[in-house]
Design a protein around this ligand. Structure first.
Ligand code: NAP
Length: 252
């Protein structure tokens, strides 16, 4: 199914590199106006300039509610509304066994990965309602339903994100707001470089060539905005499944 996002506006957190950057470029390619939100000002400004007039860069730390509300407000002010919210920003560092973890750093992962998604939904859903409805896509992980050594913070955070997906969808579907998660499998990004450097668990030992490209995750995000994806609402869509890859058109 061809994705057509003409006339739609998407706000993507964590758009300075990796999956978020790919999603912004791909959705813009499908006709969307895109707002790139992240902390790295020069990176989001460079990517937005490369995309052109259909893109806006907004500096935003998702762990701070005021920043996320300001990013939503800037989106509505600049492009007139909000139709797609991609809660993608996330971190895994520092990787450490729970009994050796630093409590402050553990909490920062929760502030980013869990509160960041909550902040996106809290600020974004009312704006999407005012725009007549929309889709929120929360980037999840297989870590939401399984655990790995050294990842207690990350697994707990992604389990919470899945719970937020379920809750937000149940509360808002009657207002034409869909909420769906994407579990992308392993993706060749900076995050996987951090994981590889840790050497701590089997994911760190995976052959780099097995990771999918960020573009596949970006295509999946774009596809999840379509009506064809509705059956996955309120849960995590896994990009590890060949059937799901086929539905998007990534494999024959
Ligand atoms: P990445 O290349 O490290 O990119 C992470 C992005 O998140 C960056 O743009 C970063 O931008 C942003 N970010 C981090 N903290 C932020 C904050 N406080 N406020 C705003 N933005 C913040 O990693 P990635 O692989 O693309 O990860 C994207 C998402 O996919 C994450 O949620 C991750 O958990 C998930 N995921 C990845 C994989 C994988 O194999 N790569 C697998 C499953 C799920 P700034 O540093 O500029 O703020």
């Amino acid at each position: 199914m061809r994705v057509d996002l003409t006339g739609k506006t998407a706000l993507i957190t964590g758009a300075s590199r990796g999956i978020g950057e790919a999603a912004a470029r791909i959705m813009a390619g499908y006709g969307a106006r895109v707002v790139l939100a992240a902390r790295s000002k020069s990176d989001i400004e460079r990517i937005a300039a490369e995309i052109g007039d259909a893109a806006l860069a907004v500096v935003c730390d998702v762990s701070r509610y005021d920043d996320v509300q300001a990013a939503v407000d800037a989106t509505v002010e600049h492009f007139g509304g909000l139709n797609v919210l991609v809660n993608n920003a996330g971190i895994i560092d520092p990787i450490a066994r729970l009994d050796q973890s630093d409590p402050e750093a553990w909490g920062r992962v929760i502030d980013t990965n869990v509160k960041g998604v909550y902040h996106g939904l809290r600020a974004g859903i009312p704006a999407m309602k005012r725009s007549g409805g929309g889709v929120a896509i929360n980037i999840s992980s297989g870590a939401a339903i399984s655990t790995l050594e050294g990842w207690s913070h990350y697994c707990a955070s992604k389990a919470a994100v899945l719970s937020l997906t379920r809750a937000a969808h149940a509360e808002n579907m009657q207002d034409n707001i869909r909420v769906v998660g994407l579990s992308p499998g392993t993706v060749a990004t900076e995050m996987q470089r951090t994981i590889k450097a840790s050497g701590i668990n089997p994911v760190a030992l995976l052959n780099w060539a097995w990771h999918i490209s960020p573009d596949w995750a970006g295509e999946a995000i774009a596809w999840l905005t379509t009506d064809a994806a509705k059956e996955h609402d309120g849960g995590d869509f896994s990009l590890k499944s060949k059937e799901n890859q086929r539905a998007i058109g990534l494999v024959a």
